[in-house]
Design a protein around this ligand. Structure first.
Ligand SMILES: [Mg+2]
Length: 373
């Protein structure tokens, strides 16, 4: 039997409106830009993937435009003509010829998995070894920047049983103002919710020592990336001192980063993101490093739309212990979809489809409408 070949690869930049401005320390999102990847194969099957980042170059060193350019000029041509069913060989070929570019690689790996799942009539989770759960609890980010508004939003989410874990994006304001904001929200929600913070590296160690103590003393469950990824010594010291557990997010830009953080004891929780490891298979390698090191896991997001969110979800449902749940709420931040059926959120959980591949179909009309011209 002749192998099924990858025939063409297309990367499409799509701008979608969001439900509200989403304030992060490094950027305020007014829209979200996705890069949708289509991999067409010689058996007529098409796989779809997504490579999405936040705020152009505000988060990392790949932007939507650079992702598209690098797929069009470098990564795509490396894959065309290759065996579509051998994802190991395809990804090794990319890794050999192209350094980094984990966001672009993640979208490509997702698309290859989607195609293979459709081919074998299996969900991607089963290609990844099999799921241990069918749904994932999903945290919500309160990011209006206004304390009363955030409390109101959290109460609403509890009422409609959509979220009971809330992550607050802090760091852009003066430290004491941020602490006041967080503590007021925790007091209002009490034991009904888990309240966590993400500082996105905005504190220095001198600020973080005191702030982590106060946050822990006030019932905050988790502190995400309080200081710069560059300050490894500081991360190790904070991980030893903070009464609330420290999660590494920006510190992990590769599977190798995960190993070195684990070896140094620089965090007690890892945020898993397919985009930063190079795909749903790659992120599971980071998950395995964490499990072996006794580090707890959390399913992170780059605020992807439906495709990237379900690519992440299919990987996360195969993980034995996802102690800190996930934040796969990207699709809920968008007011428009480019797939025919939106992912289902119910009873605090995201349901992970059991249909072949990722379980999504592109809505061609909407995709064409929102594609950047
Ligand atoms: Mg983060």
């Amino acid at each position: 039997m002749s192998p099924i070949l990858i025939e063409s690869i297309q990367a499409i930049v799509v701008d979608l409106p969001t439900i509200r401005p989403h304030k992060l320390a490094m950027h305020t999102m007014q829209k979200q830009t996705l890069v949708v990847i289509r991999v067409r194969c010689s058996d007529g099957i098409e796989g779809i993937g997504e490579s999405t980042t936040i705020g152009g170059l505000a988060y990392g060193n790949e932007s939507p435009e650079s992702i598209k350019q690098n797929i069009d000029s470098h990564l795509g041509p490396l894959l065309v003509g290759q065996d579509a069913a051998n994802i190991n060989a395809a990804m090794l070929r990319l890794d050999k010829a192209a350094k980094g570019n984990t966001f672009a690689k993640s979208g490509l790996e997702s698309a290859l998995l989607d195609a293979q799942g459709k081919r074998l009539e299996l969900p991607v989770s089963e290609l990844l070894g099999g799921r241990v759960r069918d749904s994932l609890e999903v945290a919500w980010t309160l990011a209006s920047g206004n304390t009363a508004k955030d409390i109101e939003e959290a109460e609403h989410m509890l009422d409609i049983r959509r979220h009971r874990i809330f992550k607050l994006k802090i760091g852009a304001n003066e430290v004491n103002a941020d602490l006041k904001h967080v503590i007021a929200i925790k007091r209002a929600l009490g034991e009904r919710a888990s309240v966590r913070v993400d500082v996105n590296q905005y504190w220095n160690e001198s600020q973080a020592i005191r702030a982590c103590q106060i946050l822990g003393d006030n019932g905050i469950d988790l502190i995400e990336q309080p200081i710069s990824r560059i300050n490894r010594g500081g991360q190790i010291r904070l991980n030893q001192r903070s009464p609330a557990p420290i999660m590494a997010d920006e510190s992990i830009e590769s599977v190798e980063d995960a190993f070195s953080l684990a070896a140094d004891g620089a965090a007690s929780i890892f945020a898993l993101k397919i985009a930063k490891n190079g795909g749903p298979r790659a992120v599971l390698r980071t998950g395995q490093i964490a499990e072996a090191a006794g580090i707890a896991l959390y399913g992170g997001t780059m605020l992807e739309g439906a495709i990237g969110t379900l690519a992440s979800a299919h990987a996360f449902v195969t993980i034995n212990k996802l102690t800190w749940a996930t934040e796969l709420f990207g699709p809920l931040l968008l007011t428009e979809e480019i797939v025919t059926e939106a992912p289902v959120y119910r009873d605090f959980q995201l349901e992970v489809p059991r249909t072949p591949g990722l379980g999504l179909t592109l809505d061609e009309e909407r995709l064409a409408f929102f594609s950047r011209k």
